[in-house]
Design a protein around this ligand. Sequence first.
Ligand code: GTP
Length: 781
Amino acid sequence: MGKKRVYEFAKEKNVESKKIIEKAKEIGIDYKSHMSTMDDSDLDKLNKALSAKSAPAPTNQPAKNKTQDSRGNNQQSTNKNKSNNSVRQQTNTSKENRTNADKSQNSKGQNNIQTQNRATKKPNNTQSKNTQKTSQEPTVQKRTTDEQQKQQLQQSKKRRSSRQHRGINGGPAGRKRKGKKNQQQSQATPTPRKARELPKVLEYTDGNTVAEIAKKIHREPAEIVKKLFLMGVVATQNQSLDKDTIELLATDYGIETEEKVQVDLTDFDTFFNQEVVEENLVTRPATVTIMGHVDHGKTTLLDTLRHTNVTEGEAGGITQHIGAYQVEEKGKLITFLDTPGHAAFTTMRARGADITDIAIIVVAADDGVMPQTIEAINHAKAAEVPIIVAVNKVDKPGANPDRVMQELTEYELIPEDWGGDTIFVQISALFNKNLDELLDMILLVAEIEELKADPKRPALGSVIEARLDRAKGPIATLLVQEGTLSQGDPIVVGNAFGRVRTMTNDKGRRVKQATPSTPVEITGLNIAPQAGDRFVVFEDEKTARQVGESRATAANEAKRSTTNKVTLENLFESLEEGELKEVNVIIKADVQGSVEALASSLQKIEVEGVKVNIIHTGVGAINESDVTLASASSAIIIGFNVRPTVQANESANREEVDIRTHRVIYNAIDEIEAAMTGMLDPEFEEQVTGQATVRETYSVSKVGTIAGCFVNDGVIKRNSSVRLVRNGIVQYEGELSSLKRFKDDAKEVRTGFECGITIEGYNDIKVDDIVEAFEMVEIER
Ligand SMILES: Nc1nc2c(ncn2[C@@H]2O[C@H](COP(=O)(O)OP(=O)(O)OP(=O)(O)O)[C@@H](O)[C@H]2O)c(=O)[nH]1
């Protein structure tokens, strides 16, 4: 048996928990609430203190307690102030009452959707907090409270007396009238309920209302209201109660409790992380994404596979582009995602859809490892997806597969023959050479990965593609990840909802069911979702609609409030809260040497066991793909002597990815370390005000180089600092020495206008250079 709680002790002593808390306080013991546990020594002290004072033990009659306890009442009344606000709202007018009832009804409906504990906290808060607040409460409020209290007492009294006088016909109508105009009167004539036996166990959920609890234990809500009142909690019938209060109430009735934890249906993680039923698991096809550098043959490979390995029996079917398709090899299916490239892959991941089981990295044997090959590898690694390397175009005269293999060893992709564990297949996508072997290897990896799913549970999965069709309405291609999707299923897809009206497979055939790893195009949604959204099937359409609508509302709200993306500002908090085990970082720099220097220094930082994890590095401007990767992996991007492209900037703003650019390595390291230790000083932040492109340059003796520019974004101000960027790499950072419109000095020049610029102490300006103007702005913390 664990330690005694205050309320248990109070019960033993037949006094209110509050009294015990007060008494404890008098002798220097501070209990936060009636749920606080009590030490043996404290128990002793309290026992002594209580017996010393109240030799005549308090009686077991709550009513008596109440009248005796004028001081306690005082406290109670203050306690009530807060909750009474809501109480008043609910009882003042009938209309309000209904609205509130509706609301609570609503929230009750949504109980399935969202666990509520806002309201439930109230009684508890009031109990613990209000003690100090007493003197600050406005008197008017106090009076109202007292009145309210009086009213309640009157009501319960009337009810009591009416019970004695009323005949059988009081009936349920008495209860129904409650809350209507003649509240007092109607409440005075409630139904005489036979005191049914209490249940042994009270099954409740955090946030149940007084009325709900009353129903569960076969008691009048008024009785509960009264009991609560005596415990120092003022609540109306429609008020939600928190867990502690419900448990306390149950203890008071001498019944056990069992909390039914509500599942938040709007949180799809609950479904996706649901425990598996081992015996239902069956092997499912692998889902494969093809990635690689431009022109290395991704599309050709997808096309050849699609046309040569059509599922038996399906030949002749018109292949549909639905965003994914399945091929058959040795009687087993493989699902290929039709949009090649790591951008699509990571965008999906950023939206929460981790659907790729295996990544094929295509490298052209005549071209070798290229920047996007490396990006693709890092994107696959960040997603912890097994990689198969397809060395393509081996038919070409200049093909050198060995060189590709050699180059890839640098990225820890080492062929099995060389002692590594990466599968390499030499193929010609164009001439369909060795594609069977590639498929075999996919099956092999799939087998090793033991890809399994439970086709028996309600279906869930992700959106591969979605669009709005004029004739058919919203259309979405879904990849079933678990369960079996059936025509007619009520479904929520992202923030859209509906019923699966039609299902079409990748061969253009209507199907009635789709098992795990099968892509199908569906209609029947209210709006088009987005690629990467996840879907869940529900039991009935009503729930689906509720969940869909709540998700849409929540998404809108989330859009307005901040997201929980990792930034240097919130890094420390995230680390403190234990959310982060490592800090993901992407490094982009002007030269490889800087990348390495920065990477090795950052990796040495370790703050309380949390380390920096570099997920991608590269030379050149920070691009959109870096931002997508950062967004999907909650990473921070550090640019050294490089700048983000316009698209990358836009995308970073949208995705709330933190990009930090530096020109001194030490500063970059310092900043990360400071952020990790919570010592970051983010009072000022650089804000780019505008960008201009150099269209012409003029050399003027004594003045230097004048750049004839066109402002393509924002505004260039005379007093802004500027940096000169060439091909994404910062050439110079300094101040403007002049800003002119035609011959005149200008204070600022806005988008769409031309201007003449000279930079202080810098003349090496070239056509197509970008002049970026920025200011240091104080930011709110
Ligand atoms: N000789 C030869 N050419 C190939 C092979 N595979 C692809 N090609 C050719 O390489 C070129 C580029 O192929 P794609 O399949 O479009 O390359 P990709 O990687 O999809 O290119 P992006 O979509 O631009 O990223 C095309 O002209 C193909 O015909 C191959 O195995 N052998």
